[in-house]
Write a protein that binds this ligand. Structure first.
Ligand code: C2E
Ligand code: MG
Ligand code: MG
Length: 711
């Protein structure tokens, strides 16, 4: 049911109620009027009766008095039978008003005189219905019919009855009077009733008018404002948050409701603006976000198309930003991003105002900048900005009281030179940025068509790598690891090689990334583990110098994250028969620290099976030495970037020494990798480093070559 319908319903209900009330009142009024009419009739009937009684009694009393008097006057004429005298008296009587007849009769009831001249009824017996009672009554007697009041009186002389007299009074006059009075009464009652009716009618009309007025008032003051509110509410519901209610000056509840509604609508509109703002800004840095940038870019491109203007798009990605998060925590990561954003903003402001530039963070550590070429050549501007950014962003940051060194790789693409559409431009930018990373990071690259080929190469490499193990293209080489103390061979690191059918041998530095990113490492990794364990088992079994040698296998972060590693390791050890202590797993420091709690639990499970866990490339992360205490590891491999400089850089030597003593205090083995010179070997031995590997002691070699070393 729609709100509008219900609103209409409210008014309709009111009108219905008012109508029903009026109808009820009309019925009551009609009933009253009817009652009044029947009362009038009753009053007329009753008063007619009373009047009749009154007039009739008067006539009767008069008649009885007259009859008594006449009977006295008739005694003598009757005694002497003087018909003339009787006639005079009778005629006198007949002249009186209302007297219809006069009959004087003898003792037998025979008429003696009727007041006429020749007395035609003389001697006749009275035969009318009233005669018997009149003759037999002993005194004055009254009786009546519809039209006549008959009063008789005996005529006596002493005790002797001589006869009687009957006087008939006409009741017509009485009836006429009655009717006249009744009709007069009826008329006046009628007039009274009409006045009543008029009064009631006027009152009723006033009520109807009042109801109509009330209905109008309800419509105006209640229904219409509510309907207006409902309309605004529907607009807000439909998404038009700018819809507003007219301010109400009313002081009643509805005024309060309207004001409250207005405040609510304002607050919703405010929230909507806030949400929109939030949807278009990056909460951390306050810069535009991907959505906002994409919309503005589309807009700009539309405006510029065909206008002969140029644009440059720059993608800046912080190098190894993940390490900051992993090692210093996310708060530090956020701080780095904010500081980077500020530096980028300052740099960008030098190249144009808000009209010509646009800066956004695409989530994570990606910043995007748009430069609009005007009078200046856009390529020159973009080069300048990219150089400034690389320089500015390479300056150390201070985060949580620590210096952090980070670089930035920047990709640049130009419109309309490289592409005409936003999607293509962004893709180009991404490719160029990736090429900057490949080129060694902390630099910028302009997009070129050749880069597409590089991307294609990586895509093709992924295709080629798929199934490469099955085709026998992938194999392992082993790099010997020696004990510095006595120069004995103690084990080997298994390193993957790809013998590409067309390109020949490819080092893992080239394809491991592809395998890692495509997820192929999750199938290749277990094969490497299995092969390495089988090979190590064969050294033990088949060669006298081989027993007790460990094999060290690199494990990618992705393998670790999948969580299946402990089970895989256990199964491989079971199948190959290799003692667990002879298997070492090399995990990069960052992979372990990425999710410390989860990783620590995994490492503990791995170590419980008896295998040893080594932290590879140690020192390149931000973990700091103190981290070693928290990560359950058996050994650390000092990254070769430190080893290569131990002879020249006292800082690297100091750090290497510190790592060694720290690790030893925790009972952890230290391995130096990348030992290329005799001097390095010597100084490491002097500082107490346990194990070493490197080209100076031994290159990675095939299985067959490796076993020849054992002899
Ligand atoms: P890594 O684990 O640090 O391996 C040591 C790398 O240093 C190897 O490079 C090795 O050939 C090289 N190296 C050894 N001695 C010297 C030296 O004296 N000087 C110099 N400059 N380099 C030396 P490689 O074989 O190219 O492997 C590169 C990286 O690829 C490895 O670094 C490892 O992280 C990864 N990797 C190799 N094999 C596998 C594998 O089977 N699985 C996984 N997940 N990663 C692997
Ligand atoms: Mg390694
Ligand atoms: Mg290493």
């Amino acid at each position: 049911m729609s709100l509008r319908w219900r609103m209409r319903g409210l008014h309709a209900k009111f009108v219905l109620l008012a109508g029903a009330t009026l109808l009820l009142m009309l019925v009551v009024v009609l009933l009253l009027l009817q009652r009044q009419r029947s009362m009038q009739e009753e009053v007329v009937a009753r008063s007619g009766e009373a009047m009749h009684q009154l007039v009739f009694e008067r006539l009767r009393e008069r008649g009885e008095a007259v009859a008594a008097q006449v009977s006295d006057t008739l005694v003598n004429p009757l005694y002497y039978f003087d018909l003339d005298a009787i006639g005079v008296i009778a005629r006198n009587l007949l002249r009186q008003p209302d007297v219809r007849y006069v009959l004087v009769y003898d003792n037998n009831g025979n008429i003696l005189h009727d007041g006429s001249g020749d007395i035609p009824t003389y001697g006749q017996a009275m035969r009318d219905p009233l005669a018997y009672e009149a003759v037999s009554a002993s005194g004055v007697h009254a009786q009546w019919t519809e039209r006549v009041l008959d009063i008789s009186s005996p005529i006596r002389l002493g005790e002797q009855r001589l006869g009687g007299v009957r006087i008939g009074y006409s009741l017509d006059a009485v009836h006429a009077d009655e009717t006249r009075a009744a009709s007069a009464l009826g008329e006046s009652l009628e007039a009274l009733g009409t006045r009543h009716f008029l009064g009631i009618g006027i009152a009723f009309a006033a009520l109807v008018a009042l109801a109509a007025f009330a209905s109008l008032l309800v419509q105006r003051t209640l229904v219409r404002p509510i309907r207006e509110l409902a309309g605004v509410a529907q607009e807000i519901e439909a998404g038009n948050f700018q819809a507003s209610v007219a301010p109400s000056g009313r002081n009643d509840e509805l005024g309060e409701l309207t004001r409250a509604f207005g405040r609510m609508a304002d607050s919703i509109a405010r929230h909507d603006r806030e949400i929109r703002r939030m949807a278009y800004t990056d909460a951390l840095t306050g810069l535009a976000n991907r959505l906002a940038f994409r919309e503005s870019l589309d807009q700009r491109l539309m405006q510029l198309r065909g206008a002969g203007r140029e644009l440059a798009l720059l993608f800046a990605d912080i190098d190894d930003f993940k390490r900051v998060n992993d090692t210093l925590g996310h708060d530090a990561g956020d701080e780095v991003l904010v500081q980077f954003a500020n530096r980028i903003r300052t740099a960008v402001e030098r190249y144009g105002d808000a009209e010509d530039t646009l800066l956004a963070r695409f989530g994570g550590d990606e910043f995007v900048i748009l430069l609009q070429g005007g009078p200046h050549d856009v390529r020159g501007m973009a080069t300048g900005l990219a150089e400034t950014l690389v320089e500015e962003l390479a300056r150390p940051l201070v985060v949580q009281g620590r210096q952090v060194f980070l670089g930035t790789s920047i990709g640049v693409t130009l419109f309309p030179e490289d592409a005409a559409g936003a999607t293509a431009l962004m893709k180009n930018c991404d490719i160029a940025m990736y090429q900057a990373k490949v080129a060694g990071k902390n630099c910028y690259r302009f997009y070129s068509r050749a880069m597409d080929q590089a991307v294609e190469r990586s895509v093709r490499m992924e295709q080629d790598l798929r199934g490469a193990w099955g085709r026998g293209e992938l194999s392992l080489v082993y790099q010997p690891i020696y004990r510095l103390g006595d120069g004995r061979l103690v084990g080997a690191e298994a390193l993957l090689r790809w013998n590409h059918p067309e390109q020949g041998s490819i080092a893992p530095a080239v394809f491991i990334d592809v395998a890692e990113q495509s997820g192929l490492i999750e199938t290749i990794g277990p094969e490497v583990l299995r092969t390495a364990c089988n090979d190590a088992m064969r050294w033990h079994r088949d060669f006298p110098g081989g027993e007790g040698l460990f094999v060290s296998v690199n494990v990618s972060p992705r393998q670790l994250r999948s969580g299946e590693l402990p089970a895989q390791v256990a199964a491989t050890l079971r199948e190959s028969g290799l003692p667990a202590a002879q298997l070492h797993l090399e995990l990069t420091e960052t992979a372990v620290l990425g999710d410390e709690v989860h990783a620590s639990a995994l490492l503990s499970r791995l170590r419980n099976t008896g295998v040893k866990v080594w932290l590879d490339d140690f020192g390149t992360g931000f973990s700091g030495l103190s981290h070693l205490r928290r990560v359950p590891a058996d050994g650390v491999k000092i990254d070769r970037s430190f080893i290569s400089d131990v002879l020249r850089d006292p800082d690297d030597l100091a750090l290497t020494t510190a790592i060694i003593s720290m690790a030893h205090s925790l009972g952890i083995t230290v391995v130096a990798e990348g030992v290329e010179k005799e001097g390095q070997y010597a100084i490491l031995r002097e500082r107490g480093c346990d194990l070493a590997q490197g080209y100076w002691i031994g290159h990675p070699v095939r299985y067959e070559e490796f076993v020849s070393l054992l002899a």
